[in-house]
Design a protein around this ligand. Structure first.
Ligand SMILES: Nc1ncnc2c1ncn2[C@@H]1O[C@H](COP(=O)(O)OP(=O)(O)OP(=O)(O)O)[C@@H](O)[C@H]1O
Length: 488
């Protein structure tokens, strides 16, 4: 069973955005129907200077993206040429049914002389969140980070509230693009699935995603739920807070969740903030961001919050960051309040030596995240996770960049530095909760890493409320509220 595929022409012909019902319509949905254009390929060739290097915007795991100037320069678009036709069909099918200012929207499509489809989407002139966080010389300030986090959370919420829901399956910083008004938008729907989790289509689609962001509990088609997106969003949030990549071999542990989870659990919220900008002035901001990220990456999917809850939490955080004077009024009286812009300026990049010292010292190399995707024809496990044994398999497709095959045999796991190869096994941990442990081989295991401590303690929030004296009342209330909605 492979990617979802559909005939683009027919999917577009039958597409009607008015039928895109939502359980609860977020304000961001466009009410008007939108037009998907079938561009002539020669027009796209002209618009991209024959897909010339000067128009090249970037390369992903399935193809390249070019800037196109259409309609006499009145429409600037991005044209994606891909080597994986199924992902294009899927992206066209899904994006023709949903549209929002929070998404990189579909403008149209075309086919070359041999029938390979290309997809035309809105052009995002300000790069990706990955670049902003990891390659730009000036790291973004807290307000920018929180805004981006909120905007992505809204995008994911919108997808999950659609009817039928859309599960993106590939939320990561390189799929968050920044538009001309400096707003974050979620793009790349090549792996997205539209439907209810009990639908045969979803039940038959092998797991896919990107190493480092992939829900460790998503091992078989039947494991998929919107909570897998919540997990990936949690990793993205940790990345936004810390400025660390989802997986970075410069650090030990390389996985951002394995590094951040114990710190957050121990109440060391500021330890996970990006050392280049220091913690936000308002300590509550850091605490809330860390708590919500930690909840999103909980190993038990049911215990993760819904995106609606994450959105509400981030909205509140956004308010606090954008109005620091009001929020910190009590604290600042007598200390001299500073303006919002001053607050931001205070945490602009520290000098390089400071940042260097503050970083973890175990640097062993650099590695980009890899996309793993469904492989047609892979023999999938029929049993539930509880019954996984050595014969169970999850298909993995080619890795990004390296062009090497990722094992499609039994998964190897790497937990607590365990480097053994082998099949899927189970571990019983402190809380008595059974957790499937998946072995990845040494060089490819990072995406499946997770904190055993996180599992052992069976959740962060229990830890947080152990020492209520150290927390502000308001935070305690927040945690209790969050926990109530996601009972143990
Ligand atoms: N709409 C767009 N506007 C501007 N640049 C874009 C747009 N879409 C993609 N890009 C650029 O092209 C690059 C490749 O995008 P693509 O979606 O193919 O892959 P990716 O998300 O980086 O990786 P992967 O394929 O593994 O998800 C992006 O990193 C980005 O720099």
């Amino acid at each position: 069973m492979g990617y979802l595929s559909c005939n683009a022409d027919s999917s577009i012909a039958t597409c009607d955005p008015y039928n895109w019902e939502l359980h609860r319509k977020p304000k961001t949905i466009h009410k008007k129907p939108f037009k998907i254009t079938h561009f002539s390929y020669s027009d796209l060739e002209t618009a991209t200077n024959s897909f010339s290097p000067t128009n090249f915007l970037g390369k992903g795991s399935h193809g390249s993206v070019f800037k196109a100037s259409l309609h006499d320069g009145h429409l600037i678009a991005a044209v994606k040429k891909t080597t994986a036709p199924a992902t294009v069909d899927n992206e066209i099918e899904i994006l023709s049914r949903v549209r929002s200012p929070r998404l990189v929207n579909l403008l149209g499509f075309s086919s070359d002389s041999v029938g390979r489809k290309v997809i035309v989407v809105e052009y995002m002139p300000n790069g990706s969140l990955y670049e902003i966080l990891h390659t730009n010389s000036k790291p973004p300030a807290w307000l920018t980070r929180v805004r981006f986090a909120l905007q992505v959370a809204k995008a994911v919420q919108l997808l999950h509230l659609s009817n039928p829901p859309v599960i993106h399956r590939d939320i990561k910083s390189s799929n968050v693009l920044i538009d001309g008004e400096n707003n974050a938008r979620l793009g790349d729907f090549g792996l997205a699935l539209r439907g209810h989790v009990e639908d045969v289509k979803i039940k038959c689609t092998p797991p896919a995603g990107t190493m480092g962001y992939l829900d460790p509990g998503y091992l078989a088609p039947g494991d998929l739920s919107a909570k897998s997106d919540v997990f990936s969003f949690g990793i993205l949030l940790l990345e936004i807070i810390s400025g660390r990549k989802a997986i970075d071999m410069k650090y030990s542990p390389p996985s951002v969740v394995d590094w951040a989870a114990p710190l957050i659990r121990g109440g060391e919220y500021e330890a996970v903030c990006d050392v280049r900008i220091g913690p936000p002035e308002d300590a509550v901001v850091m605490r809330r961001l860390a708590v919500v990220a930690a909840r999103c990456v909980r190993s038990t999917a049911e215990k993760r919050p819904e995106m609606a809850e994450v959105v509400e939490c981030l909205k509140a955080v956004c308010k606090r960051v954008s109005s620091p004077i009001w929020n910190n009024f009590g604290r600042r009286v007598g200390m001299g309040a500073c303006s919002s812009s001053q607050t931001v300026a205070k945490y602009e990049p520290l000098d390089e030596s400071h940042a260097e010292i503050a970083r973890t010292t175990t640097r062993v190399g650099l590695r980009r995240n890899r996309k793993v995707s469904s492989v047609p024809g892979v023999d999938l496990p029929s049993k539930e996770v509880d019954g996984l044994n050595n014969k169970d398999q999850v298909g993995r497709s080619r890795s990004v960049g390296s062009g090497r095959e990722i094992r499609s045999g039994p998964l190897d796991s790497n937990l607590d530095g365990d480097k053994q190869l082998g099949g899927v096994r189970r571990r019983r941990v402190g809380s008595g909760v059974k957790v499937p442990t998946v072995r990845l081989n040494k060089s490819r295991s990072m995406g499946m890493l997770r904190s055993s401590k996180l599992v052992n303690d069976n959740g962060f929030l229990v830890q947080f409320v152990k020492n209520p004296n150290r927390k502000e009342k308001e935070d305690a209330k927040l945690l209790v509220n969050l926990e109530k909605r996601s009972p143990e």
